[in-house]
Design a protein around this ligand. Structure first.
Ligand code: PMV
Length: 332
């Protein structure tokens, strides 16, 4: 379905009119990992998903972004200046063009508290931080759903990164995405940990947008995806609210593997897994058989994230000494 209006027209109609900037503004947004995944759009320009999704924000791991008015656009990420020819540069400023008046340039300084080398996506936290920083720069006071709708226009999953804790993104049905935004479900559990096994930190060969599109266009298994989410999303939501870790973990692992099954059945196949990815999944299953509560989830890449209770971290580190442990409830 395509919308009658453009994202730029939608933003212009929904933002406060005032655009007189302060000297500078700074904001932080966490990364997030989906427990019930977003995979596939029903509309490209507004980044509207085919299904809902549910994630956990990564607490102190995310992006801090400082934006100041300037004579020309510039972008520094983790202390290194990016060229205007860089894709990340073009993507960020194309997004900022939606929020600023024509002719207004910005100096953007972005720092990821998640190590780039961990192979965790930083685009969700970056676009969410950009929305929050521009909001402060112009002195707007936006509500959560408005922040979330704006962040979605940068990167779909960014709409979940405007909040801490467990977050649900409602798919919505409106053509301009008015009802497609995220909302908090519950605070992070203090006992929950996410272990990250970095198989590769290299940029992925197939980006998530391209991977989604190819899957939706060519994978027959993708037809089953909305049904999978219809089953998993309420189960995960309930498990979050009831602190039922095993239901949460088992449903999240099955959901992630089902998402990868739809991609592997695309043509050309979207196969993000490396041999180490599969080896880690087998180790997770062996650990579980041995009584350790650990469940795997994977995004559009080869890295494996291990959901587990804090009490099991020491045992997991024996099997995975290089595992990086994230506490989603840790404040910045
Ligand atoms: O928002 P994008 O385009 O980076 O897509 C994210 C896709 C997954 O990470 C695989 C799933 C998700 O829900 O975050």
């Amino acid at each position: 379905m395509s919308s009658a209006i453009s994202p730029a027209a939608w933003v212009a109609a929904h933002l406060p009119a005032s655009r007189s900037p302060r000297d500078a503004a700074e904001a932080y947004a966490p990364a997030n990992i989906a427990l019930c995944k977003y995979w596939g759009k029903r509309e490209e320009s507004f980044k509207l998903p085919l299904t809902g999704s549910l994630s956990i924000s990564m607490g102190a791991l995310g992006t801090r972004m400082r934006i100041a008015p300037a004579a020309a656009d510039s972008l520094r990420i983790n202390g290194a200046d990016l060229s205007p020819r860089d894709k990340a540069f073009q993507r960020l400023f194309a997004f900022l063009d939606l929020l600023r008046p024509a002719g207004q340039a910005f100096c953007v300084d972005s720092t990821n508290t998640l190590p780039m080398a961990a192979g965790l996506a930083s685009s969700a936290s970056a676009f969410a931080a950009a929305v929050l920083a521009v909001e402060k720069l112009y002195g707007w006071v936006l509500d959560g759903p408005t922040r979330s709708r704006l962040a979605r226009l940068g990167s779909g999953s960014a709409c979940r990164s405007v909040y801490e804790g467990f977050v649900e993104w409602h798919a919505g049905i409106e053509p301009d995405g008015g009802d497609s935004f995220a909302e908090p479900v519950a605070p992070a559990w203090p006992e929950l940990r996410v272990g990250v096994l970095t198989v590769s930190a290299a940029p992925k060969a197939v980006g998530s947008s391209e991977g989604m599109k190819r899957t939706a266009d060519t994978s027959r298994l993708y037809r089953a995806w909305p049904e999978q989410v219809a089953r998993d999303l309420p189960k995960i939501r309930r498990a979050v609210l009831e602190h039922d870790f095993d239901t949460l973990g088992a449903t999240a692992e099955q959901n992630a593997l089902a998402m990868h099954a739809t991609m592997i059945a695309a043509w050309p196949p979207v196969l993000y897994w490396q041999p180490e990815t599969v080896a880690a999944l087998h180790q997770v299953h062996a650990l579980r058989a041995g009584g350790i509560s650990v469940y795997a989830t994977l995004d559009a890449g080869p890295n494996v994230k291990l959901l587990h209770p804090a009490g099991d971290t020491p045992a997991l580190l024996e099997t995975f000494p290089a595992m990086r442990v994230i506490d989603p409830s840790a404040a910045l």
